[in-house]
Design a protein around this ligand. Structure first.
Ligand SMILES: [Zn+2]
Ligand SMILES: [Zn+2]
Length: 140
């Protein structure tokens, strides 16, 4: 082992983990051109008739719109766990922060393309007509 570059090779890493994953910053994960998947949580919207969410988050990498950690289903985090896309941006009107699940903290990232938030007539919690009356008790 005279060459230090040989001490860590991709084969030493857990299978399925790209060798470069640890050096990617939050900003590296952002694709500014990735359009949001829709006006509400993509996964809650697929659940009939009971899916509802509190606040919305947009995947900065692919545009998947999911629901926040306070929501019953936590689909934004599930999307991270399933795809490895670690950075989200708020999809709530008036909010412009990014968050990195790997650090559990906010991150500085380049801005993404519009729309930057759910439609103003989409309530939080939402969607209209599907939020149970005891929704506050169901938050995480
Ligand atoms: Zn959801
Ligand atoms: Zn994604």
């Amino acid at each position: 082992m005279s060459d230090h570059r040989l001490q860590t090779s991709p084969s030493d890493l857990p299978s399925g983990v790209p060798a470069t994953v640890s050096v990617l910053t939050a900003a590296d994960w952002v694709d500014p051109a990735a359009l949001p998947s829709g006006p509400g949580c993509a996964d809650c919207s697929a659940v009939q008739p009971s899916g509802w969410w509190f606040h919305l988050r947009r995947c900065a990498t692919c545009g998947h719109v999911g629901c926040c950690d306070s929501s019953p289903q936590q689909h934004a985090r599930e999307h991270y766990e399933q795809t490895g896309h670690p950075v989200i941006r708020s999809y709530e009107p008036g909010e412009d922060w990014f968050f990195d699940y790997r650090t559990g903290d906010y991150a500085t990232c380049p801005e993404v393309c519009a729309p930057l938030a759910r439609p103003e007539d989409q309530p939080a919690p939402g969607p209209l007509g599907r939020v149970p009356t005891d929704w506050k008790q169901q938050l995480h």
